[in-house]
Design a protein around this ligand. Structure first.
Ligand SMILES: C[S@@+](CC[C@H](N)C(=O)[O-])C[C@H]1O[C@@H](n2cnc3c(N)ncnc32)[C@H](O)[C@@H]1O
Length: 189
């Protein structure tokens, strides 16, 4: 009988990475590895929330980074889209009321094409993603970090329900689980 830890090695391989380990403000090594395994080299990532991992991805992918904070702009090799936060009306069953200014975001996303969307911002206030999800290309892979947080799990449940789409939650032994909509392992008929 295989041990619990060995059952999914094929699904989530462990890369031999020669980088320093990912810290708390970043995605986990496992999420980084999953994207590296899933997304062909040279593809394009649109991320909400930039940080140390942006620089790691930039070694393999073309990056677009939506960033609300001037402090974290232009740190890595990415096209930064500076979009300040703005209050929005609270949605039923959701808590947070501050997200990227949707009008500015819409303008900045014009002409931006991508293969994978990584939702890792803004910090702790992501109900706006559900409110404004039409701004994003729903045919692409959508990855949501921080599934250990109830408010962020709720966003994924709401988004997947509206898309009538299944999603996968990848649990992690190095910190935070993440969720994926349009995961390529879920082959469409
Ligand atoms: C969860 S972080 C995004 C991290 C990024 N996706 C990564 O994995 O490196 C969300 C927000 O925190 C801010 N941030 C970025 N780097 C940070 C750091 N080292 N410490 C604290 N906050 C940071 C930025 O404003 C960013 O949009």
């Amino acid at each position: 009988m295989p041990s619990r830890d060995n059952r999914y090695k094929k699904m989530i391989p462990t890369f031999d990475m020669s980088v320093e380990s990912f810290h708390n403000a970043s995605i986990t090594t496992r999420l980084f590895n999953w994207i590296r395994e899933t997304l062909p080299e040279g593809s394009t990532i649109l991320e909400l929330g930039s940080g140390w991992a942006t620089g790691q991805f930039a070694e393999h992918y073309t990056m677009f980074s939506v960033e609300h904070s001037a402090k974290y702009l232009d740190k890595y090799d990415s096209t930064y889209l500076h979009v300040p936060l703005k209050e929005h009306k609270q949605m039923a069953n959701h808590v947070s009321t501050k997200w990227y200014d949707a009008d500015i975001l819409k303008e900045k996303l014009k002409g931006v094409e991508y293969d994978l969307l990584l939702v890792d911002g803004p910090p702790q206030t992501r109900s706006g993603f559900y409110k404004y999800m039409e701004l994003f290309d729903e045919s692409k892979i959508w990855v949501f970090d921080d599934m250990h947080r109830g408010i962020d799990r709720k966003v994924v449940v709401s988004v997947a329900s509206r898309l009538a789409s299944p999603y996968i939650v990848y649990c992690s032994d190095d910190g935070k689980p993440f969720a994926v909509i349009n995961d390529p392992v879920l082959v469409k008929e």
